[in-house]
Design a protein around this ligand. Sequence first.
Ligand code: SF4
Ligand code: SF4
Length: 357
Amino acid sequence: MKLIKIDQQSWNTGIEKAKSAYRVFGPVKEKNDHEFKLLEPNEMPDVHCQNTRLSPKSIIYPQSQIMFTYSLDESKEDCRIMKEVENVKSPMAIIGVRPCDALAFPIVRKNFDTPEYQDTYWIKAYEATTFVGLACNNACGTCFCTSAGTGPFGEEGLDVLIIADGDDLYAKPITPKGESFIQTAGWTMKAEASIESRIEELKTSAESSVTSSVPTDQLKNKTTLELYDAPFWEQEAFSCINCGTCTYVCPTCWCFDVQDETHGKSGIRMRNWDSCMFPLFTNHASGHNPRNAKHERLRQRFMHKLKYYVDKYDNGIQCVGCGRCIRLCPVNIDIRKICDKMNNFDADSCVCEATSS
Ligand code: SF4
Ligand code: SF4
C-alpha cells in the first residue's frame, strides 16, 4: 500500500498550492452544520467534521443550473436559438468526501452517462473533478454504509483517500488523477511501513462503529408487483408531509425538472432538482396524477431505490447508507426499517415484520 504522511503544516501548504491548479471545495462550518463550499484563500477544509448536512452532489449537479440562454429579439440573428451554457471552466477538487458520498457518484453516473444518453453538464463537471476522500473513524448512529456496498474506508468513486489518525494525516492515492493531486499539493513524505497495521486497526474499529445492519439480499428475488401491492405502504406513509427533504439531501437522488424563464426579450432554460415526494412531480397536463396519494409517492421512492434500481442495474441498492434521510426527515421515516420490511416481505403469508435495528 502506497501511503504519504502529511503533517499539519504540509497539509495547509498543500491545500493552498492545490488552489492554484483547482477550484478546491471542502466541508466548513456554516451555522450549526457543515457544508461543502468553495474554499477561500487560507481557508481550510474541516477534516474533523463528522459529515455534512448536504452531500457534495450539488458541486457536480447544482440544485439550479442554467442549461441554455436564448433571445426573443426578432432583430437579432440568433433569435429563438438555444445557446448552451458552458458550466465547467476549470479543474475542481473536492476535499473531505466521505466514502458513502463518493460511491454515490458512480451510482448516479448510471443515469447521466449511458450509451444512449449523455448528460454533458453532469459528465463535464464529473470528469473535471478530483475526489479527495476522508475515511470515517466513527460512524453516526444512522449510518449503514456497510450494508450498502461500501464502508468507512471504502474507496470506490475516490481518487485519493485521506486517513486521519489524531493530528497525523495519511494520503492513499487511488487513481492517476489522485496521484496528480498529491503531486500538485507537494505531499511527498513516504509513510513508514509500520503505519499499515495501524490503518487496518482504524478501519476495523470504524467498521465496528457502524451499528445498523440492513439486509438487502432478498430484494432481487421479490416480485415487483407483490412488493408494489404490499400492505405496509399506507401505514409507512401516514406521517409523511411530502416535504421532499429526503430526496434533496440524498446523494443518489437525481430527478430534475426543466423550465424556461423569460425576462423581456431574453430567457434562460434551467433545470432544478425535483422530488418524487412532491404531488406535482407526476401531475399530467390533463390534471390526472398517477401518484395522487402520498403512499403512492413514498412507495415510488423506496421501490426505485430498493427494487427498480436493483433489478435494472444488478449493482446493489440505489442508496449508500449515508443516513441523511433518516436524520433529517421531520417525521422519522426510516429507510432501514422500510428496506427490512421489503427484504422480508412474504406475499403468501403477508409477513412484513422488521427484523433488524
Ligand atoms: S423527509 Fe420524511 S416527511 Fe419529508 S417527504 Fe421525505 S419521508 Fe416524507
Ligand atoms: S436514501 Fe437516505 S441513506 Fe440512502 S443514500 Fe439517500 S439519503 Fe443516504
